[in-house]
Ligand binder design. Sequence first.
Ligand code: F6P
Length: 744
Amino acid sequence: MRIIFRFGGIAMLVAAIVILAVLPFATSFVEQWSRRDVELRSRLVFNSVRDQVSGLLARNDAQKVSALFERIASDERVLAIGYCDGQELRFPSRNMPPSFSCAEAARSDSESFSIVRNQDHNVLVSSFPLNAGGRRGHLVVLHDLSYAEQRGGEARNYLFLALAGVAFGAAALAAMIAAIIMRRWLASIRQAVEHARSGNAQPAVEENIMPLGQEIRDVLHELEASRRTIDAAHTDWNPATLRAALSNELSGSEVIVVSNREPYIHNRTESGEIALQIPASGLVSALEPVVRACGGTWVAHGSGTADRETVDVNDRVPVPPSHPSYTLRRVWLTEEEQDGYYYGAANEGLWPLCHIAFVRPVFREADWQFYRSVNEKFAQAIVAEAKREDPIILVQDYHFALLPRMIRDRLPRATIVTFWHIPWPNAETFGICPWREEIIDGLLGSSILGFHTQAHCNNFMDAVDSYVESRIDREKDSVFFGGEETLIRPYPISIEWPPTALEGQKPVEECRRIVRERLGLSPDMRIGVGIERFDYTKGILDRMQAIDVLLTENPDWHGNFAFVQVAAPTRSKLQNYRILQEEAEALARDINQRHGGDGYEPIKLLIRHHEPDEVFELFRAADLCIVSSLHDGMNLVAKEFVAARDDEQGVLILSAFAGASRELSEALIVNPYNAHAMSEAINRALTMPQPEQRERMRLMRDQVKERNVYRWAGQMLLAASRLRKQQRIRRLIARGRKRAAANA
Ligand code: F6P
């Protein structure tokens, strides 16, 4: 409404200025025209009486001249009439102004007109040469011009009213047109913003109704981009903000997660009951709270012995079982498929290839065939689960390198975000893989490909550069391959904050007492812990060797320090894993023999799966935690230890080759290959003053709290939303171009 008044006001002002400028000209034009009319009348009077006056003057008949002049002067427009005999005025009619002077009025040899002032009026004096009886004189006729002035004034008033009327009408019309245009513009912009916010694939505006300029599109786009940047950087990420980001940015979108390992495994126990197991998997512990917050569908391999008994006819089960918030869709694999795809290609091929732990990768063609066909199987399951043609699909890990391309072929409008949870080796190392081109091609079916660190992103781009025809944009960190762009981004994974496993934990002092009692350790025994899957990348043997060195070089710790190594059996079908377990058991025995005695065992090796509650209790009971991975994408055990220590005590000893060391720089950073240096770090941790422990732990807790797993997921989903908006705008522009070309 305000805008209409503003528009109308401006139009009125312009009209007023025009009127003020035009009016004086109009008045003077009417006055001129009236004066000419009077001159004409004077001439008519003169012409009609010239001969008669000339004769009467020649006869010197003063009486008749005066009578004639009085008669003429009785005309309402004529003021006075007289005869100038030289400079003498003769026979002036009654109303002749006393100030009239023949000397001024009657000088010309031809007719002349002049204006003189009489009282308040202008008077037109018309002077006509007239010879009478051989004498030269002038007949003078005086007209009152006040009526001309009056006419000019009236004309000015009428003109003013007419112009004002036209101006008012024009202003009202302009305001109405402006209002209609503004309303349509506003509607189209609102429509564009709402579409942009919803992430809807519809055109941002109805172009045939109201074309939205390229500039406005750009501004909208920039606004969106800057808002997202600020959000991602400053949001206090938690399940609620993740849900809000999802509904603001991706409302109406369908989210499908796919991983090999399922978040909930149903196993039949020896007693015949069905037991629920949460697997020891960093991927699961990170992703599960995120999917719980977002909802959607999680597609994974059904690996439990009672999994088939717990699904519906569509192989779906609502989870978490206690309070379901998303759907787990299980995919069944034969033993043969598992051997080839999971144990073979994924864990004997890609796992050692990507982890530089000096275990030789094995590449069997038969395994690769299974890897390919299982990826196909998952692609089919995902397409069957997708309810829309443009879902957001979060592909997890090295089990599914071919899956992004397979999904892209089936669902071209899907937004595929792939996260590679393990390291990506340098291009030369990756080059030994016989399937390198196929793997790269498969991964580049993704819209966004994420790694834990920038170094892994760089390694991937180097591999692309070395082995496939593509264009790499190093500024944007993106790869153009086969006409499609894939963004390569670092997203450091993390854990939920606050961790669920912390709920219901006893105070730290209690945990210390309970754990020591349970393990048969004296109440004041200093404890170190290591907790992971029994994997050769974790450096379990290396840390035991460091403890051996510690006890050898610092005999004071004999009887005063014990190391609790919890190791969950994993991939036991594979020889390397079985050998590792045997070696670890042998080494623990050996160290215990050499340094133990009188009931003292420096190494407690607990080979079984521990539930999150037990893990957190152990973390809280410990004086230090060792994460000595030989190579690790991130390592969430390090972050879980920090999260468990709300007493701000305890020291983290962390491998420089775990991605977590980039974020947790207040840990004691070690080279796990250097047993001596690691033993020194253990000694330093055991003697570190409490204030120093507190300062380090506080900084690390702040870091994990802020950069939690909701932020990890939030950043990826916001990037996906940004991408969808950009793609939508591109589609819109392309459609506009097509339409323009068709109309041309
Ligand atoms: O490190 C990547 C990762 O997927 C972890 O999340 C997980 O601990 C492991 O690899 C896979 O374990 P599994 O083979 O038991 O699923």
